[in-house]
Design a protein around this ligand. Structure first.
Ligand code: GDG
Length: 498
């Protein structure tokens, strides 16, 4: 068969993600080299990649399309080129201007364009074909995130012998919202090509199961979905009357596996003397205020940055916070800058920051230190160490790793986390101060509670949150997901990765 072609290397473990785990850097002389991407997924999968000598298929960024595959520290890097038009339609369009706002409860209105959908299908097809070429017989393929939801279905058709996992890093919306999508059934079918479909929260898995029941009438109970198939185990494009299928079926698991961070690595960095010196320096450069508050987000409308600024501005206006006592640092790292909604958001936030600083700042002290940059990880850890309060006010967020990073860093058991109940992290970090960011009065009161919280209570809460994060780190996450795949691997005579 086509996939037995001997010409290219074959792997027992293949990761398929929108981006590669490495970034291309070009130096002053125009020489290109590669370095590890800072992202969490890369650290999460690093141990598995090392042990299995796996392959990773992803877009290298940009539109350079002649990059040859190569070995990087034992991982086979398979660059998937995108044309300028595909970047516009598949990536910026369908992924980031249709699916992203739709899956985040339409905080911004999603755009539906048929050309974008066509491009999404084409690119997903190409990723799936490449995965089919690289996967050894009985291999495991782990597909990541909303950009690639059609890959499991296409791959299942081509390669019934492989075990397929899919992990959705962002929320999965309630059916009333999901049903807006003109291609809602195709996406559900695409995902059902996987053996295990992972979500961040139990509620996301529940929403997905309801969508499957409503759109396909398949039986879904507990965490399993019964999918009618043809004799080869392929997805049937099928009739509607499938509730009690008489023919062959396969079982798909849909449940939550909350993602996490390399918690120990964060704690280690926090214990470095140079990072602590930097934290002290940040504090003194702000004029040693009594309270430093911190927000760290990609500049994204899901993160609730405007709600946070509104609450802070009103607390200053009402005199409940004094400019001499308090300082807010807002890191807003640049993101998706070619998408119109993001341009507008940036303008609005910068207008608001300018107003608050103009109204309340003094020559020696500004109300908000607004930073539209990305920083090295060390600097982020120093900021977490310096911050008495971290504000995570997302309107919707799959997990939110910033919340977990703050807990991992604070080995001194101090600091208060204000956390939106709409972030996945709220299911685990129950001793944070949970807020509804839409309720501005409630948010203001919660910020005041954080400012005034006695040391003993801060310590009790932080201790509980740290325990959770240290015991449920990213290695626990990837192992529990892969463990769910092993019965499928065994039943197909494939390779068990653990
Ligand atoms: C998606 C989901 C889910 C931010 N600015 C800088 C910087 N960061 C780091 C943070 C954190 C990461 O980026 C952001 O992760 P989040 O989880 O907060 O949010 P998304 O980017 O939206 O991620 C999310 C995640 O996927 C994983 O499944 O949790 O819900 O939306 O690690 O610290 N890091 C550095 N400099 C910066 O300026 N070094």
């Amino acid at each position: 068969t086509e996939h037995d072609h001997p010409d290219h290397p074959r792997f027992d473990f293949v990761v398929v993600a929108n981006r590669l785990p490495v970034d291309r850097v070009v130096d002053g002389d125009g020489n290109a080299s590669w370095r590890t991407s800072p992202g969490g997924l890369v650290t999460a999968l690093e141990p598995v990649m090392r042990e299995t000598e796996g392959a990773w298929i992803g877009w290298p960024g940009g539109t350079v399309n002649d990059i040859e595959p190569f070995d990087y520290n034992g991982t086979w890097i398979e660059p998937m080129p995108l044309s300028a038009q595909e970047v516009e339609e598949y990536y910026e369009g369908f992924s980031n201007d249709t699916l992203w706002p739709l899956y985040h409860d339409v905080i911004a209105p999603p755009s539906y364009h048929r050309e974008w959908w066509d491009s999404y299908r084409t690119v997903n097809q190409r990723f799936a074909e490449r995965a089919a070429q690289l996967a050894a017989h009985g291999a495991t393929v782990w597909v990541h995130d909303y950009q690639l939801q059609l890959v499991p279905g296409i791959l299942r058709e081509m390669r019934p012998d492989v075990t397929i996992g899919f992990f959705n890093h962002i929320p999965f919306p309630a059916y009333g919202i999901y049903s807006q999508l003109p291609w809602r059934t195709q996406i559900i079918r695409g995902l059902l090509g996987a053996d295990v479909i992972g979500f961040q929260r139990a509620a996301d898995a529940g929403n997905f199961q309801r969508a499957v029941r409503r759109l396909l009438s398949y039986e879904a109970s507990g965490t399993t979905i019964t999918v009618p198939t043809d004799e080869d185990g392929k997805v049937t494009s099928g009739s509607r009357n499938t509730k009690r299928p008489s023919g062959p079926t396969r079982t798909v698991v849909a449940r939550h596996y909350p993602i996490s961070i390399d918690a120990l690595a964060y704690e280690r960095l926090a214990r470095e003397p140079r990072v602590q010196e930097r934290a002290a320096q940040i504090r003194s450069e702000l004029g040693n205020p009594r309270t430093i508050m911190l927000g760290v987000d990609r500049l994204d409308y899901t993160k609730g940055i405007r709600h946070r600024l509104k609450a802070y501005g009103e607390l200053l206006a009402e005199g409940r916070l004094q400019i001499e006592d308090v300082s807010l640092i807002q890191v807003a790292s640049p993101s998706r800058e070619r998408v119109e909604t993001y341009k507008q958001l940036r303008d609005e936030i910068e207008l608001t920051v300018g107003r608050i600083n103009g109204d309340f700042g003094t020559i020696g002290h500004s109300a908000i230190s607004y930073l539209h940059h990305g920083y090295p990880r060390e600097e982020m850890v120093a900021l977490f160490l310096a911050a008495d309060i971290v504000l995570v006010t997302a309107l919707r967020d799959g997990m939110n790793l910033v919340a977990k990073e703050y807990a991992a860093v604070r080995y001194d058991n101090d600091g208060v986390l204000v956390l939106s109940e709409f972030a996945g992290a709220a299911d685990e970090l129950k001793r944070a101060l949970l807020v509804n960011p839409h309720d501005i009065e409630g948010l203001k009161d919660t910020i005041m509670t954080a400012v005034e919280m006695p040391r003993a209570e801060r310590s009790r809460r932080m201790r509980a949150m740290r325990k959770r994060v240290m015991e449920h780190d990213v290695a626990v996450w990837s192992r529990s997901f892969l463990r769910e795949l092993s019965p499928y691997q065994l039943s197909r005579g494939g390779t068990d990765l653990l």
